[in-house]
Design a protein around this ligand. Sequence first.
Ligand code: ZN
Length: 53
Amino acid sequence: MTARRTPLLIQTAWYVLEYHRHHRCPHCTDSGWCQDVQIARTRITAWYRFRQR
Ligand SMILES: [Zn+2]
């Protein structure tokens, strides 16, 4: 995936996922669930579906 063709929203979503591989953000719960990660995954999934059409 080239960054030039990727919307900033999706780049940010990737960054959120990468960040959570090693860190926690203020939204993370003790059980490891995070709203930011859920939103980022949803965005990326929707983006891939859109591009495959
Ligand atoms: Zn988090």
